[in-house]
Ligand binder design. Structure first.
Ligand code: BYC
Length: 327
């Protein structure tokens, strides 16, 4: 047994220097490493918000599972929504490595103490929305999340690698659905355009407020949690999406959208940031409905959690007595 003498324990300054060194070398912080309280709190905030988004994000598309237009579309949609549940679970596991439990985080989601992505507070009014969510929402998610594979916290970065692979499939299935509809009837083409008109601006808001109004970006980038600013990623998304819209044959609803030769990037209009703040503060079109649904599912599932906990406890007791008999 080793005894830790006060002299042997590294002091706060040495721990901070060691942490700063890992960050400066672009290496990873792992759960057992010392980390500043602010770093831990920022990670819990961002990863929990991300996990909640995946779980709440199952609702808008889940809305269409029973009304999918064919068995093939239903199988694809089921698989996608299940993937989202999986993403939520990897991310809750990552926050557990930081010393918070999934129960605690769920309570914070239900009480409104923690956020989830604004995008999931908009309704899904037609089947084209399934395609648009895949194309634009998962497309925005990929832009935002690929750099997070290189985030400085090990468990978060590793979870993001798998999530991003699945998000690519999600984006492709959305684009393929919209392409099929665009090659269909006039009514289908109109349905796609109407859906893109509703989701374009909320998709741009997913990247968060403009850099000048983003209180967390500078600190998160210095810690290597975020690798890009909100505005950089929004620009990347617009540049990636415009040519895809052209191939699809839809119009993006922004009269200011045009190629800027000098910048080598697209200029585009300003999202309605007042609307964004309203939605983030809980007053979007579907906030109350989304949280009420999640609360119902959590309460209805209480017996499953209790049964699983009782089963695990009983298995541990039986396992221990069996081990005793063998000895
Ligand atoms: N919605 O200082 P900022 C998915 C908050 S899941 C709501 O820039 P930060 C998918 C922000 O939290 C998509 N709130 O913050 C799932 C902060 O408030 P607090 C989810 C937002 O953290 C299913 C305040 O505004 N993706 O793709 O540096 C089906 C100031 O912002 C939003 C992630 O979570 C928003 N859009 O940057 C399909 C990715 N934006 O917490 C698809 C991981 C900002 O200080 N997260 N806020 O009270 C991130 O990359 C960053 O957290 C953000 C925001 C870029 C989102």
């Amino acid at each position: 047994m080793s005894t830790v003498t006060p002299e042997a324990a590294p002091d706060a300054e040495a721990l901070q220097a060691q942490f700063d060194d890992v960050i400066a070398r672009n290496e990873r912080i792992e759960p057992r490493d010392w980390m500043p309280d602010g770093y831990r709190a920022t990670l819990v905030r961002q990863i929990a918000q991300h996990a909640h988004s995946e779980i709440i994000g199952m609702q808008p598309e889940g809305n269409w599972i029973t009304r999918a237009p064919s068995l093939r579309r239903k199988a694809i949609l089921l698989a996608k929504v299940q993937d989202e549940a999986g993403h939520g679970l990897y991310l809750y596991s990552a926050t557990e490595t930081l010393g918070t439990s999934r129960d605690e985080l769920t309570e914070k989601l239900l009480s409104g103490a923690q956020k989830y992505s604004s995008i999931f507070n908009y309704p899904t009014l037609s089947y084209a929305d399934v395609g648009t969510i895949g194309w634009l929402v998962d497309g925005a998610a990929i832009c935002n999340q690929v750099p997070l594979c290189r985030t400085s916290y090990g468990p978060y970065g590793r979870a993001m690698i798998r999530i991003c692979k699945e998000e690519s499939f999600h984006q492709r299935q959305g684009y393929e659905l919209l392409m099929t509809m665009m090659q269909g009837t006039d009514a289908q083409r109109e349905m796609v355009q109407e859906s893109v008109d509703r989701f374009w601006w909320p998709a741009l808001m997913m990247f968060g407020p403009p850099d000048a109004d983003s209180p967390n970006t500078a600190r998160s980038m210095a810690w290597g949690i975020k690798r890009n600013t909100n505005d950089d990623l929004r620009q990347r998304f617009v540049d990636m999406t415009v040519p895809q819209a052209q191939v699809l044959g839809v119009t993006l609803p922004d009269p200011q959208l045009r190629w800027n030769e000098e910048r080598g990037a697209h200029d585009f209009g300003e999202p309605d940031w007042e609307e964004f703040m309203r939605v983030v503060k809980g007053n979007g079109p579907c906030n109350a409905q989304r949280v009420a649904h999640r609360r119902r599912a959590w309460e209805d599932g209480a017996w499953v959690r209790e049964a699983a906990t009782a089963y695990a406890a009983r298995s541990a007791v039986l396992g221990a007595s069996r081990e005793g008999e063998e000895r």
